[in-house]
Design a protein around this ligand. Structure first.
Ligand code: SF4
Length: 525
């Protein structure tokens, strides 16, 4: 399907293998990292793990197949969003945009990529936080201005989306989506329309936004990369080839650089705007805003890939370290330590190092599980359908087991997991969580459910132990989580563990996640 609008061509693919997806209709379940069951969601399809919001990626490189490079970058960032994917490519004449519902490998094939030549590409993987799961909400957002078209991809979530939308109400007839990302794009368009150049227009638009936003923006004058003042969502940049070639790449995580052989240069710093120009070996870096750094610490614990680098080391190393701290803080007598694949494995290895209890593979993950549109029947759910994880009785039978997971949100999948470990013969199950209790919802681009569904916001430790059916349950302390990062403790957002939101939330936003008077474990923070 294609649509040519002069400077911008939009295409969309619906393969015969996929269910029909019409704009404004589709509601497609996404995968969590480590759900125990069909897709990490329970019967009402709410996630039982925090779900990442989005991944952004961009390449500026003449004489390179930028669409293909962006495809691979998005492929590396697939864990950040599985509902839709899109790439916009600029050549000297026009912008070609292709986006659709599905995984990167479902949305793009070689034929589509070959129809997207150019020197600058902007790509996006989406998991919906603001705006529902519809193809019209897929990104990048491409808009026209008096200076030509631009393509914007956003990771994060604005907390003043209603206010921004109200200020752009005169453009409401032109909105094609329900996302805050499109509002940012319209703010850029409006600023350009008022006579500003790209750089000033992007800064002016960013100044109207409050919340989390890591942006990559392709323009006829090159590529811009920007992070909000607190730098809540990550964004890094690197280069392809030799420095004098001036070929630049921006990515939500460094694993996106690695996959295409780009070398890491630096983080886009919190409150920084970087302008990369075609074949220019020196990008223009400037602060558009000064705020204290508040990187989402959940990126380090769980969301970002373990091979992505934060603070000069891979997250694998950090996650092993928090496992070591967890063992020191919460020892237990047991025969084996197992991790919930994949995100619980490094912390389980760390727990094993520090405790001396042998590490074992007690849970096998189906690594080839893709998104499925087939939902299990109620009878299948009750029978404990195990699509993603399967316990190994040979390893577990007769053993006192320490099982390490990265977090508990609602507790529904943890409860099934514990039952399955006991079915496999574990004599004791001690659950250790490599993060503090999740007691507050996230408003900055992560789906952690409403507060009334967070098990640690409602129940005491003993009640959670009983609910999960474990012999014991302990969490990593907040101090241990932050100290293990080897970075200044004030540099992180830890709001979902302590309710200290670094960006003010007005009542309308708070009530959207049913913020409550704290009870249960939440009453302790
Ligand atoms: S509230 Fe939690 S998930 Fe959200 S940005 Fe802060 S630390 Fe990350």
């Amino acid at each position: 399907m294609g649509q040519d609008e002069g400077d911008v061509t939009v295409t969309r693919r619906v393969s015969p293998a996929e269910p029909p997806v019409e704009p404004g209709v589709a509601a497609v379940p996404s995968l969590s990292h480590a759900g125990f069951g069909l897709d990490g969601r329970d019967g009402d399809h709410r996630p039982d793990k925090p779900e990442e919001a989005c991944g952004v990626f961009a390449v500026l490189a003449a004489d390179q197949a930028v669409a293909n490079l962006t495809y691979f970058g998005l492929y590396a960032l697939q864990h950040r969003g599985q509902e839709s994917a899109g790439i916009a490519v600029f050549d000297d004449v026009k912008v070609r945009l292709h986006k659709d519902m599905g995984l990167v490998s479902q949305v793009f094939d070689q034929e589509v990529l070959e129809r997207m030549p150019g020197q600058l590409a902007v790509g996006h993987n989406r998991y919906s936080t603001t705006g529902s799961s519809k193809v019209c909400n897929a990104q990048p957002v491409v808009l026209m201005t008096r200076l030509g078209p631009f393509a914007l991809a956003h990771n994060g979530n604005l907390v003043n989306a209603s206010e921004l939308r109200a200020s752009l109400d005169h453009l409401a007839g032109e909105f094609t989506s329900t996302t805050d990302s499109e509002l940012i794009a319209f703010a850029v368009q409006e600023a350009v329309g008022s006579g500003l150049g790209w750089n000033a227009a992007i800064r002016a638009a960013a100044a109207r936004c409050r919340g989390a936003f890591s942006l990559v923006i392709g323009t006829p004058d090159g590529l811009f990369a920007l992070r909000d003042g607190h730098g809540i969502r990550p964004l890094v940049f690197g280069m392809l080839g030799e420095p004098e070639q001036g070929q630049w790449v921006a990515s939500s995580e460094s694993c996106g650089l690695d996959i295409i052989g780009a070398c890491f240069v630096d983080d886009v710093q919190p409150g920084e705007l970087i302008h990369f120009r075609q074949a220019d070996p020196i990008p223009e870096r400037q602060r558009w805003c000064e705020e204290p750094s508040k990187l989402c610490i959940f990126e380090m614990i769980y969301f970002a890939r373990p091979d992505s680098r934060f603070f000069g080391e891979s997250l694998y190393s950090y996650r092993v370290r928090i496992g070591e701290v967890l063992a020191r803080e919460n020892p237990v007598v047991a025969d084996i330590v197992i991790g919930v694949p994949d995100s619980g494995i490094p912390a389980a290895i760390g727990y094993s190092h520090a405790s001396g209890i042998p590490f074992a593979d007690g849970l096998i993950k189906n690594r080839y599980v893709g998104r499925t549109f087939i939902q299990p029947t109620q009878a299948m759910r009750e029978a404990g359908i195990r699509v993603k994880l399967n316990p190994l009785p040979d390893v577990l039978c007769g053993k006192r087991v320490v099982v390490i997971d990265d977090s508990i949100v609602r507790g529904t999948t943890s409860r099934k997991l514990v039952a399955a470990l006991r079915d496999a013969g574990a004599t004791e199950v001690h659950m250790r969580i490599s993060s503090p209790p999740v007691t507050h919802p996230c408003f900055y681009g992560i789906d952690t459910d409403t507060q009334d569904h967070l098990i640690a916001a409602r129940l005491t430790l003993e009640e959670i132990e009983r609910h999960l059916g474990v012999d014991s349950l302990s969490y990593l302390s907040k101090e241990g989580m932050v100290e293990a990062a080897h970075a200044n403790s004030s540099h992180f957002c830890t709001a979902c563990f302590d309710g200290n939101y670094p960006i003010d939330l007005d009542e309308e936003v708070r009530s959207s996640k049913l913020m409550l008077e704290p009870t249960g474990l939440a009453a302790r923070v």
